[in-house]
Design a protein around this ligand. Structure first.
Ligand code: NOJ
Ligand code: NOJ
Length: 473
C-alpha cells in the first residue's frame, strides 16, 4: 500500500513535470518562432543584393557564407511560402508573396548566367554572378528544390487570378523554355542519372537526399505541366519520377537498418560509412500525404532515425553530459568539418537536430490522421523509445496493430510529441539566450560555432514550430 502511494506520487510528479515541460516548450518555441522569422528575413534581400537573393549567413569571413546557395535559398523560400499559407494576416501574406515574386526574378537572372555547371551551379554572389572558384559542382538538388518551391507558388497563383503570370514567368510549356520552373524540370529530368556532389558538398555520386527531392519536384512538376496542357512533358516528368523511385529504393540497407546516403561514389571524401541525417531532412521536406512510396510513416525512416540517434548520442560528449533532452544530431558520424575548416572534428548541427524534431511532429500528425499503426520489425524500437517518454511502461510487439480506440495509441502520439519536444529542448539549450542560431554546437562544450545567424538554421526552426502546431491541432 505504502509503496503504491509512493509510486503514485512519483508518477504524478513525473507527469506534472512532463506537462510543464510541454508548456515550457510551447512558450519558448513561440518566442523563438518570432525571433527566427525576423532573423531569417534579415538574410533575404540584404542591402546591396539583388532582391530575392538569400545569403546563407551574414558572415563574410571565417567562414565566408555571404553567397546565395541555390539549395539554402530554395529551402528558405519553401519556408517563406509555408509562412504565407499559415499567416492569417493579409498584410503578412502579401509580404511573403512579394518575397516569392522577387525570388522568381532573381532565379531568372541565375538561370541565365553562363556557369561551369549549368543549372547545377552551386552558389552566386549577391549581384547575381556565379561563384567561379573551385568547388564541388554540380550539385543537382538545388534546381529540384527551386522547382518544387516555385511549383507551390504556381499552384497558388492558378487559384488566385495569376494564371497569366504562371504561363509567362513560371511555366510556359515551350521547348526550349525561358520560364523558371520548366527550365529546372528539364534540367532535373535529363540530368538526375549523372553523378553530382551531395548537399554537404563533399562527395560525388548518387545521393538519397538529392534523389528524393528530385522525385518530389518531378511529381509536382508533372501535375503542373498537365494542368497547363503540356501533356507530353507531364508524362516525361512522371516517368523520370518513377525511375527515381526505383533508384531510391536501392539506398535501403535492410541489415544496417538505414537508408544509405550515397551510392556509386566516384570522387570526393572516401571515409563515410553511409549513415547520414540528410535522409531525414529529405523526407520532412518532400513528404506528401498521398505518396505511398516514400512517406513519413514509412518504417524505413523510423528505423534510420532510431539508428542515427543511437550513434550520435555515443559520439558527442554533450549528449552524455546533458542527457535530459533530445540527442544533438550531426550530419554524419565521420564528419570532419567544424564550421571553419576540414580535418577537424565535426559537431552537431541545428538543422539536423531540428529535422529530427520535425520528423516526430510530422509523424504524430500523420498517425493521428490515419488512426492506426502496425508495429513492424523495423519500427518497433523507434516506437518503443517514443513510448518510454510517457512513462507508462508499455512495450509494443511486432505485428501488433494499434487503432485509435487503443489507449496505447494515444500514448504513442503523446510520446511522439514529447520526443519532438525533447529536440526542441536541445536546440534551446545550445541556442544563444537571444535566440541566435549559428550552424553548429561544439560537441564538447555545447557552445555555438560555424557561420553565425545561419539562414537555414532559422528556417529549420520555423518548420519545427509549424510542424508542432500542426501536430497539436
Ligand atoms: C564547405 C562546405 O560547405 C562543407 O559542407 C564542407 O564540409 C566543407 N566545405 C569541406 O568540404
Ligand atoms: C555547408 C553545408 O554543408 C551546405 O549544405 C550548405 O549549403 C552551405 N554550408 C551553406 O549553408
Amino acid at each position: 500500500m505504502k509503496i503504491c502511494m509512493v509510486l503514485m506520487a512519483f508518477f504524478s510528479i513525473q507527469i506534472t513535470f512532463a506537462h510543464e515541460l510541454g508548456q515550457d516548450v510551447s512558450r519558448w518555441s513561440q518566442d523563438q518562432f518570432e525571433i527566427a522569422k525576423t532573423r531569417l528575413m534579415q538574410n533575404v534581400s540584404p542591402k546591396g543584393a539583388i532582391p530575392g537573393s538569400v545569403v546563407a549567413s551574414p558572415s563574410k569571413d571565417s567562414p565566408n557564407y555571404y553567397y546565395n546557395w541555390v539549395r539554402d535559398a530554395g529551402l528558405v523560400m519553401l519556408t517563406i511560402n509555408r509562412l504565407r499559407t499559415f499567416s492569417t494576416s493579409q498584410e503578412e501574406q502579401d509580404f511573403y508573396l512579394r518575397q516569392l515574386f522577387d525570388y522568381v526574378d532573381v532565379t531568372r537572372i541565375h538561370q541565365s548566367m553562363r556557369t561551369a555547371a549549368g543549372l547545377g551551379e552551386v552558389k552566386f554572389y549577391v549581384n547575381g554572378a556565379p561563384f567561379t572558384g573551385p568547388w564541388g559542382r554540380p550539385q543537382n538538388d538545388g534546381p529540384a528544390i527551386r522547382a518544387l518551391t516555385l511549383t507551390k507558388l504556381a499552384n497558388y497563383l492558378m487559384e488566385h487570378e495569376g494564371e497569366a503570370y504562371v504561363r509567362s514567368m513560371l511555366y510556359d510549356s515551350k521547348q526550349p523554355t525561358e520560364s523558371v520552373i520548366k527550365k529546372d524540370l528539364e534540367y532535373v529530368s535529363h540530368n538526375w542519372k549523372n553523378h553530382d556532389f551531395d548537399l554537404w558538398e563533399e562527395i560525388m555520386g548518387h545521393h538519397f537526399f538529392t534523389r528524393l527531392l528530385q522525385r518530389r519536384a518531378l511529381l509536382e512538376g508533372a501535375k503542373l505541366a498537365k494542368r497547363l496542357g503540356d501533356m507530353g512533358a507531364g508524362e516525361w516528368y512522371a516517368s523520370q519520377a518513377q525511375a527515381l523511385e526505383v533508384a531510391l529504393n536501392l539506398h535501403w540497407d535492410e541489415n544496417a537498418g538505414f537508408f544509405r546516403a550515397t551510392q556509386n561514389r566516384v570522387a570526393g571524401i572516401d571515409y563515410k560509412q553511409g549513415m547520414d541525417s540528410s535522409v531525414i531532412i529529405a523526407i520532412i521536406n518532400s513528404a506528401d500525404a498521398q505518396d505511398t512510396a516514400f512517406s513519413i510513416k514509412d518504417d524505413r525512416f523510423m528505423s534510420s532515425l532510431y539508428k542515427m540517434k543511437n550513434t550520435f548520442s555515443g559520439i558527442y560528449s554533450i549528449n552524455s553530459r546533458f542527457p535530459d533532452m533530445g540527442t544533438a544530431i550531426g550530419r554524419y558520424p565521420e564528419d570532419r568539418y567544424d564550421g571553419y575548416s576540414t580535418g577537424k572534428l565535426g559537431n552537431p548541427w541545428f538543422i539536423t537536430t531540428a529535422a529530427f524534431a520535425s520528423y516526430y511532429y510530422k509523424l504524430a500528425k500523420a498517425l493521428k490522421k490515419d488512426g492506426s499503426i502496425k508495429v513492424t520489425k523495423r519500427n518497433r524500437e523507434f516506437l518503443n523509445q517514443a513510448l518510454t517518454l510517457t512513462m507508462t511502461g508499455h512495450f509494443l510487439q511486432v505485428n501488433q496493430v494499434l487503432g485509435s480506440n487503443d489507449s496505447i495509441f494515444s500514448l504513442l502520439l503523446e510520446g511522439l510529441i514529447k520526443s519532438g519536444d525533447s529536440y526542441v529542448e536541445r536546440i534551446r539549450f545550445h541556442a544563444h539566450s537571444d535566440g541566435s542560431l549559428s550552424e553548429q554546437m561544439n560537441r564538447e562544450t555545447g557552445y555555438m560555432q560555424g557561420a553565425e545567424h545561419l539562414t537555414w538554421s532559422y528556417s529549420s526552426f520555423i518548420n519545427v514550430y509549424l510542424n508542432r502546431q500542426e501536430a497539436l491541432r
